[in-house]
Each structure stands twice: as C-alpha cells, then as structure tokens.
Design a protein around this ligand. Structure first.
Ligand code: ZN
Length: 263
C-alpha cells in the first residue's frame, strides 16, 4: 500500500517502544510516504523529548503538554516549564491534554480538570492549537472546550456522532486513527462518515492503536495508509485524495499554511 503526503497528526516516538530502532524507523518514514509528523508530549520529560525529535528531524514538529493521566505530582513551576518549551521553534500545539476518567486509579477528576483548563488557557494565550485526549469524559471535556473555545483537534475521537457535531460547531478538527479499522468499530465508522472533508485529521497515536491487519502490534506513521484506505472506503472516496486533504487540514491547523513543506 503506497501513498504519499501522509501527515501523522499524533505520534509518540519518544516512547520506549521505539528505543531499539528509533533512528532506522524514523529515517525510513519519508520513503514510506510520510511527509510530516507531530510528536505529542504527555508530561514535561516526554515534551522535552518531543522537542529534541523536532530539532533532529526536519519532518517532525512537537507538541508539549501534560496528559490527564500525568496530572499529579507536578513540579510547582510546571506551567512556566511548559511555556518555555512551547516558545521554542517547531512547537506547534499544546498536547496532548484533556480528561481521562477510564481508570479509577487515574488522578482525581478535580486535578485533571484544573491542569486541563490551565493548559487550554495557556494555549489560547500563546495562540497555539490544543490536542485533546478525551476518554470517558465527554461531558466535562465539552464543557471546558465550550467555555474557552480553543482551536485544535479532538484526537482518536471516541465520542458519539452528536458530540462530533458539537466539536465541529466549535470549529475544531476530528482526529481519526486505527480504531476506525477495528472489526467492532461502529461509532468511529459513523463519525468517519460524517466529518466534513476539511475537518478530518489522520493520526496513529503510535506506538498504540495500530490499524487492522496490524492490530495489537507496534504502530508507526507508515501504517496510516491502512487507516486512510478504510476511511476512504467508508466515505466512498479515493484514499490518496483523502490523505492529501488531511495533509492540508493538519498544515492549516498546526502550521498556519495549507501548503506547508516542513522546512
Ligand atoms: Zn496520544
């Protein structure tokens, strides 16, 4: 499956799953049709690693943020640290940030909401988009998005068609990844059908969420080809045209220019 012009809007190449062969893998991405990648931070340490990747690879950009599962034991000056990181070149978003109520052992909801809200306010003050993680927290997530109206994307969208409509009404983008290809995917398929072409982003969330036929294996940006092929099939569109369209959308959101080259 060979496509070109792939923009992976959400990756975690700082993850230990890539420690063994990160260099070879990242060097091979352009040859596999991957043109640009946004590597997301999940805490201060991984946000620093994301920044380092963006310095090293001309086709990488970085996002910095505190993931809801990391919204505990933060240093007192975490907001200043984040702000300093985000002021570096090739930092294009605050992310990934949001709410995750899935596991009981996650940080208390109040703490999650506080850290989330502060980061949305920070993004707005810096004029940067947000990359939103929402797991089993749709109501509270939407409430804060409606209150602060950031630009951005709800990644690995797992909400209903109704919620997707709300996200779109706020002017935000919807990120779709490997979950669309899963056998039991019903709602993601419905969402993939209804997202307007100019609001759809493609993503991996790698090393997680590999599309069928690689489900459960380590994911990487080249596998977006499979996700795009499935979404195109659902929508009755051409896969390369969908990839091109998602490229323009991600470039518009993160780089402020539809024809961004990555230079
Ligand atoms: Zn992620």
């Amino acid at each position: 499956m060979q496509y070109v012009n792939i923009f992976d809007s959400h990756a975690h190449y700082d993850d230990a799953a890539f420690d063994e062969d990160r260099e070879q893998l990242l060097a091979a991405l352009p040859g596999a049709g991957v043109r640009l990648v946004v590597n997301c931070g999940a805490d201060l340490a991984s946000s620093r690693k994301a920044a380092a990747l963006a310095r090293e690879y001309p086709y990488f950009y970085a996002a910095a943020g505190i993931h809801p599962e990391e919204a505990h034991d933060l240093p007192e000056d975490w907001e200043d640290e984040l702000k300093a990181l985000l002021s570096q070149p090739r930092e294009v978003a605050v992310g990934e940030i949001g709410l995750d109520y899935h596991f009981d052992e996650n940080p208390p909801r109040e703490a999650q909401r506080d850290v989330f809200q502060k980061q949305i306010i920070l993004a707005n003050s810096l004029g940067l988009p947000v990359i939103i993680h929402d797991r089993d927290a749709h109501g509270d997530t939407m409430e804060l998005l409606q209150k602060h109206r950031p630009r951005g994307v709800v990644h690995c969208f797992s909400g209903s068609v109704e919620m997707a409509k709300e996200v779109l009404r706020l002017g935000m983008y919807i990120g779709l990844g490997g979950a669309v290809t899963f056998k039991n995917a019903r709602v993601p398929v419905e969402v993939a059908k209804m997202v307007p072409p100019d609001r759809l982003l493609l993503e991996t969330d790698c090393p997680y969420m590999a599309p069928v036929p690689f489900r459960g294996k380590r994911n990487d940006s080249s596998l977006i080809a499979y996700t795009a092929a499935r979404i195109a099939e659902i929508r009755g569109e051409d896969a390369q045209e969908l990839i091109d369209c998602a490229f323009r959308n991600a470039s518009r959101l993160f780089l402020g220019n539809e024809n961004a080259t990555g230079d």
